[in-house]
Design a protein around this ligand. Structure first.
Ligand code: FRU
Length: 482
């Protein structure tokens, strides 16, 4: 397939009926398919969308282009769950089939209002000269998962002074008033986030531009998100083009979090309480979406994938996955991330972590503690001794390094094949490592830092190997039930 404007933006109903079943059948044979992470049946998955609790279920959609492993005409693929770990595919929730979203039903969010779910997303349109138009479109989903788009769009264009790179509304409610925080770019090419306000979900007015610190703006802010944790606001966003001197990151684009002490909605002023940090110190996290769930938790899901990077599964006509659902907590103004407690239900057959554990089934988990001032090396492997994912733990220097150089299927090499993160020195180090065939999620020191990424071995991993002072490690390994 040659991917050009025409093929990327062919309306879904103009594709031959046989295309999707053929692609899905091909993708199903991939040795890199995940057992538990959300992945596309075919084509490309990107940002999580519309994460909410509604109709007695968790609701989660993702950006999808079903016809190939490229960024083409995007829709919302909708999933529901009762436990945040098993998801049921509900099909396409929002299709790019109107004049306001003809070139993509882009990222957005959702909040329950009465007995319906209110959605706001970006309608991406290209005109005859391929100039972009961005509409912020409202829609209602009912308890039968039927979505009705509202016309005209809630917001017809970015205000004066901003470009048409204007997208990804994050809806939230405060004291009965509604707000949408929207990613934007000034005509001087600076990233921005614009806050809109509405009392009735019909009339939306610009409240103002968020006072993001100048050095944190990059040239475009994608996917801004605001959550409240223990009364403190936390901002999560993707400032494309952020200088790597502002924040040490190696991925093509960063996903940043900023913990605040106060968010003054009237004046659109965010008071930071800590330094900006990379949300994830691994290779592949982007476009994280977070919301305040009615059970009191702040929950987040990330896209595990990055824009503009080829992945080995591209040749199999699929790309990317979502992260596990993570709970966000705060301690001393630091953001912690951990898989939601429900994730432990996937564990079965506990084994003691030893120098070699060889009976694993592709999806598994280990939790370990390395005593202070020790070094140990962990390999995630198959029976092929030449290929593995390497994790070096050093509780003397307080570093964790993940190395994808020996996996056999390199990608994104330009952005480096190792990632190192710094935690406390001379202190016991805790690691929770989750492996699901071709994705790893590392939670370090109870979620103080996370490191997430894809890795591609010739087969699904079945072994964990420890080298170094194995006696300094105590841990447990579980397979994940199918
Ligand atoms: C981020 C992003 C969003 C946009 C969506 C389109 O990955 O570029 O800004 O809404 O993806 O799929």
């Amino acid at each position: 397939m040659i991917w050009n404007r025409e093929t990327r933006y062919t309306p879904y109903n103009a594709w031959p009926k046989s295309t999707l079943p053929a692609l899905t059948a091909q993708v199903a044979t991939s040795k890199w398919r995940l057992q538990h992470h959300i992945q596309p049946a075919s084509g490309l998955l990107n940002d999580p969308n519309g994460f909410a609790y509604f109709n007695h279920q968790w609701q989660l959609s993702y950006q999808v282009f079903p016809y190939g492993p490229v960024h083409g005409l995007k829709a919302w693929q909708h999933l529901t769950s009762t436990d945040l770990i098993h998801w049921h595919d509900e099909g396409l929730a929002i299709q790019p089939d109107s004049k306001y979203d003809s070139h993509g039903a882009y990222t957005g969010t959702a909040i329950p209002v009465g007995d319906r779910l209110f959605i706001m997303y970006t309608g991406n349109v290209r005109d005859a000269d391929w100039n972009r138009h961005a509409y912020q479109i409202g829609a209602w989903m009912d308890t039968d998962n039927q979505v009705k788009k509202i016309t005209p769009p809630m917001i017809m264009a970015a205000p004066a002074g901003y470009t048409t790179s204007f997208r990804d509304p994050d809806l939230f409610e405060r004291n009965g008033e509604y707000y949408a925080l929207i990613g934007a770019q000034t005509t001087a090419n600076l990233g921005a986030a614009l806050l809109y306000h509405s009392s009735d979900l019909k009339q939306w007015d610009l409240q103002g531009e968020l006072d993001l610190p100048a050095e944190l703006r990059g040239y475009m802010v994608e996917c801004p998100n605001l959550v409240e944790i223990d009364g403190q606001p936390v901002l999560i966003f993707c400032p494309q083009g952020l200088p790597q001197t502002t924040l040490a990151y190696e991925n093509i684009y960063p996903n940043v979090s900023l913990v605040g002490s106060q968010f003054d909605l009237d004046h659109v002023k965010f008071t930071a309480a800590g330094a900006p940090t990379q949300l994830d110190a691994g290779f592949d996290v982007y476009a994280t979406q977070a919301f305040n769930a009615p059970d009191g938790r702040a929950l987040a899901v990330s896209w595990i994938g990055l824009p503009e990077i080829g992945y080995p599964t591209d040749s199999e006509n699929w790309a990317h996955c979502l992260s596990l659902v993570k709970e966000l907590t705060l301690k001393d103004n630091h953001l912690y991330q951990n898989p939601v407690i429900e994730t432990k239900r996937l564990r079965e057959k506990a084994q003691v972590l030893q120098a070699e554990v060889t009976s694993l089934t592709g999806a598994f988990e280990t939790e370990l503690t390395l005593a202070a001032d020790e070094q140990v090396r962990l390999k995630v492997a198959t029976t092929d001794a030449a290929h593995y994912l390497l994790i070096d733990l050093d509780s003397q220097t307080g570093t964790v390094t993940i190395d994808r150089r020996h996996t056999g299927h390199p990608f994104a090499e330009k952005y480096g094949q190792t990632r190192t993160t710094q935690v406390l020195r001379h202190t016991a180090l805790k690691l929770r490592l989750i492996i699901d065939v071709s994705v790893f999620e590392c939670y370090i020191n109870n979620g103080y830092t996370t490191m997430t990424g894809r890795f591609f071995l010739d087969d699904a991993p079945t072994q964990l190997q420890l080298a170094g002072n194995v006696a300094a490690v105590s841990g447990t390994v579980w397979n994940w039930r199918k």
